[in-house]
Structure formats: structure tokens, C-alpha cells
Design a protein around this ligand. Sequence first.
Ligand code: AHM
Ligand code: MG
Length: 329
Amino acid sequence: MAEKKDLGTPIGTTLDRFIKSKQDEFKYATGELSQLLRDIALAGKIVNKEVISAGLSGLNGQVGEVNVQGENQQKLDVVAHIRFTRALTNGRMTAAVVSEEEEKIIHINEDNHYIVAIDPLDGSSNIDVNVSVGTIFSIYRRKSPTGTKVTKSDILQKGSAQVAAGYILYGSSTMFVYTTGFGVNGFTLDLSLGEFILSHPEMKFPKEVAYYSINESLLEDSEPYISKFVMSCRKQGLSARYIGSLVADFHRNMLKGGIYLYPKTSDKPNGKLRLLYECYALAFIAEQANGVATDGVNRILDIDPKEFHQRTEFYVGSKSLMEELNRFN
Ligand code: AHM
Ligand code: MG
């Protein structure tokens, strides 16, 4: 008789079941974090519905308000923010949320353990033109005791303190990708079942590299080593791919091998992307998938955050390209 092989977690596993099966890996295994991940996935399904029908339901376009970042809010930015904060409130596991769309801490319930930092809909300027967008989230245990008001230092924790992080990619299919520090797993939404199903177990950056991703209009105005590195990428035969949706650019590079760069420029002296709810999550996922993430000098996960909406330069991707970038710097 043929030897029975360990085939691992079978593809076909639902996200709910998978999360539950992994619950014991987590040191505070009470089921609360699992529930919180499921709450985020549920809101993601609702947002997915809104994203795919935005053109029909009048949800395209701007609200006419400028958010805390000084950027024009899209209608779907606001809708997604409401969907996620409502799901986190109803799910009863979250103490407080920090969102790209709100200047201050959103206090939910001080009896709960978890802090969520979220960009409810990243890349939302792409919605009107039917291009992929995403949700990015980081989850922390609060440092202060439950039953007390969540403090600034509960929110301003280093990325290395994340207990889980993930993203939802609303692309040609919708995917939920997350880590709790034990590898990265990806789930594709089966619309007929309304379930995220495990489709990409144990995701890793491949050894080969294929792409570099940068908004090339920034090159003239960024540090010379960035242009030199880009020239070297071209010489190696890498292709340029830039969607302008961080989740989509990151996801492609993780699957195919590549690097994403968002440097500082004269009008963006700290870069564009936000440390707390964009870069920390993707840096955690990248490292779990054998990738590397830095601000050009420091490991992203080691940066001590000072403000909720702090920006940073961001470089993330395959190890070999990140090492090469480092040599150019
Ligand atoms: P947003 O949070 O306002 O949507 O901005 C973040 C987005 C990222 O998704 C994307 O990588 C980047 O901004 C694109 O910026 P640019 O248009 O300057 O290339
Ligand atoms: Mg964003």
C-alpha cells in the first residue's frame, strides 16, 4: 500500500474553519482573536459587495470632504470605514480602532483586549476606474489593563508587537490574506458560497524576481540611489508594474517576486504611506513570507511610532532585491 502522505491543510477549507484550527498557535488562545479576524472578514464581504456595485449604486466619486490626511475622501472610503468599525463594534472583541479616515482614537469597549489599526479602503482613487483596491489591518493586544480607557501608548506600539495582520484585496477575485506570525495564508472569496476558501496556503516570495513597482514620476525628485537601483532592475530584465493600489502591488510582488518602492520626495519628506495601518501590516506579512520591509534604513517593524497618522518611506519585497537596494543606498 502506498505510504500515506501528510497533505497539510486541504484546499477547500473555509477561512472560519482554518482560523479555528490555528487558534491554539496563539498564546492567549481564548478564541477572541479568531472572532476578531472573522469580524474583519465579514465586513470585507460586505465591502466587496459595495465595491463591485459602486458604479450602479452611486457610490463612485468623492464625498467633497478632505480627510485627516488632507486627501479627498471617496464615498467608498467613508462607507468602508463605517462597515469595518461597525463590524468591530458588533463583534465585541475590540477595545479601540485607529483608522485612516478618523483623526482620533475610536473608543469601542474598554473591557476588550484588542486594538485594530485599519485602512478601510486603500487605493480608493482607483475605484472609479474599476481597478483593484484593498483593506489593510493590524491587530495588537492593548498594553493597559482592560476596564480602563485605551491610551495613546496602546495604539502607538511597534509593528513587531502585532499579533495579527492582513489585507483584503478586491481584485479580479477577492482575497483575504493574513498572518498571526505563523506564516501567511490566502483565501479566495467564493461568491456563490459567500465564503473565503483557502486557495494560497503558506504563501512565500519566490526565489526568482520579476517586477519592480514604483511611481516613476517620483524618480526625478527622490534620492539618486533610487534611480540607480531602478536602472539596475531594468538591466536585470525586471518588468515595471505599478497599479497605484498598495495591496494589489504588494500581492503581485509576493506571488511573482519583486519589490515595491515609495521613496521620500521634496513635497513628501517622510514618504506617503502610513506606518500604522499600511506599512506595519504589510511588513509583518512580508517577513512571514520570507520578504523584507524597510524605510530605506530601518526595519519597518522596529520603528517606534510617534503619531497615529505618521508617514514613512516604504520599501518591501523579495529579499534579494531588498538587499540590492540596500547596497545602492
Ligand atoms: P490612499 O491611502 O489615500 O489610498 O493612498 C495610498 C495609495 C497606495 O495604495 C498606493 O500605493 C499609493 O497611494 C499610490 O500613490 P501615488 O499615486 O502617489 O503613486
Ligand atoms: Mg491608504
